[in-house]
Design a binder for this molecule. Sequence first.
Ligand SMILES: O=c1ccn([C@@H]2O[C@H](COP(=O)(O)O)[C@@H](O)[C@H]2O)c(=O)[nH]1
Length: 235
Amino acid sequence: MNDKKCGLIAALDVPAPDDARSFLDRLGHATEYIKIGPRLYALGGVPFVRELISRGYKIFLDLKLHDIPNTVASAVEPLSQLGLWALTLHTSGGCEMMARSVAARDRAGSETKLLGITVLTSLGGELWEDVHPGCDMGLALVARAEAAERAGLDGIVCSPLDLDLLKGRARKLMRVVPGIRAKRAGAEDQARVATAKEAALAGATYVVVGRPILEAADPVAAAKDIIASLEEVSR
Ligand SMILES: O=c1ccn([C@@H]2O[C@H](COP(=O)(O)O)[C@@H](O)[C@H]2O)c(=O)[nH]1
């Protein structure tokens, strides 16, 4: 990928490894960044991750680790030896948890990028207020991003709508951005969404797109259209 362009990460949220294989047979290498989550990891495990890496993909394992520092860091060490491009953990686990994870990754001699989930893109309005009463989401977002930077993470995961708030902050961190939709309405369980082009214009380093590609009549054309819209944005 040209470093100045926002890249596409395709979220392979399909039922089973065989569905993922068929999809990738069609997608080819339109994008080399592929995200897999807990379901495919539960079903295919490490052999499936290794298979995708051997097919030439950069694998983003989105496990969103969240536990006490010792537990997360001790999982990061072996996970970062799998040859992953990136792995996620929750910034709300705190700075010590993140810093110990970075140390564990470094001890493993790995280049896997550690990305911190800031505020889930599904949380907005009442859903946020329900579990964070009286807490301003923007303040929490910035605090989490800055903690991720202090802890030495490589990037954060945030909504496209958060990017403006992060301008000039946590500058060393890449911005990996799900919550991508062609229009605001009908975003399923996503609450804070924007188009891929809006995300790129606001500073996303990568956009993460699942259902808009997977459920399109022609998923490969949908992926290619998103890539074309990202390429229109130059920085
Ligand atoms: O805050 C977050 C963090 C991760 N995700 C993941 O991104 C994809 C988005 O899928 P869509 O189908 O495009 O909604 C999905 O795998 C999530 O687990 C996120 O959406 N929000």
